[in-house]
Design a binder for this molecule. Structure first.
Ligand SMILES: [Fe+2]
Ligand SMILES: [Fe+2]
Length: 198
């Protein structure tokens, strides 16, 4: 791997606020907790996953102008004016930037790309980064505590539970639900064979 964690931290710092930087480090630390159980002594997998976790929000504080410009220069097919896409933008741009600027491979970039909504066919790395982002926080609310407990038992169950709760919450607020979240939920619903379990 081209860059050490310390080097990546130095790159990350000026890109985001202190608060988000601290969040990023906490997500990496949380990913380490999950990796204790799931990395299977695979050192390379471990190193890649913690880098993806650290950098997952690196594009979150880009301005609308910077995003527009980046999309144009890099020919990224993404409608940033559609509010439904809003939660996805920083993952998609962050993934692209990490490949081009920080020597990430596709596996690492993919974990960043869909960390907000999850996706179908998530890899082990995708799942760890997704969940660490949700549970690597101080003072977890009961739902997130439960997500974390589940994550140490079964990552798929934890993701399904999180997304289901999140969609419920958004519906109550009459907020828009991203199509990608629904796809993820349906994917895990089928994968976990939920239909036979009621
Ligand atoms: Fe994010
Ligand atoms: Fe995050």
């Amino acid at each position: 791997m081209k860059y050490s964690i310390e080097e990546l931290k130095e790159f990350l710092k000026p890109l985001i606020s202190e608060k988000r930087y601290n969040h990023s480090v906490m997500v990496m630390e949380e990913a380490k907790e999950y990796l204790k159980k799931y990395a299977n002594n695979d050192r390379e997998f471990y190193e890649k996953t913690i880098r993806a976790a650290l950098m997952h929000d690196m594009a979150k504080e880009m301005t609308q102008e910077e995003i527009k410009e980046y999309i144009k220069i890099n020919s990224i097919d993404l409608d940033i004016d559609n509010p439904v896409n809003k939660p996805l933008i920083h993952g998609i741009i962050g993934a692209d930037k990490c490949i081009k600027e920080y020597d990430f491979d596709e596996e690492m970039a993919n974990s960043i790309r869909w960390h907000t909504t999850g996706s179908t066919n998530m890899s082990l790395m995708d799942k760890i980064v997704f969940l660490a982002d949700k549970t690597g926080r101080e003072n977890l609310l009961p739902t997130l505590k439960k997500v974390r407990e589940k994550a140490f038992i079964d990552l798929d169950e934890a993701i399904y539970y999180y997304i289901e709760e999140n969609i419920k919450r958004l519906k109550e607020k009459n907020a828009t639900i991203n199509q990608k979240s629904i796809e993820t939920k349906n994917y895990f619903f089928k994968k976990l064979n939920k239909i036979t379990k009621f």
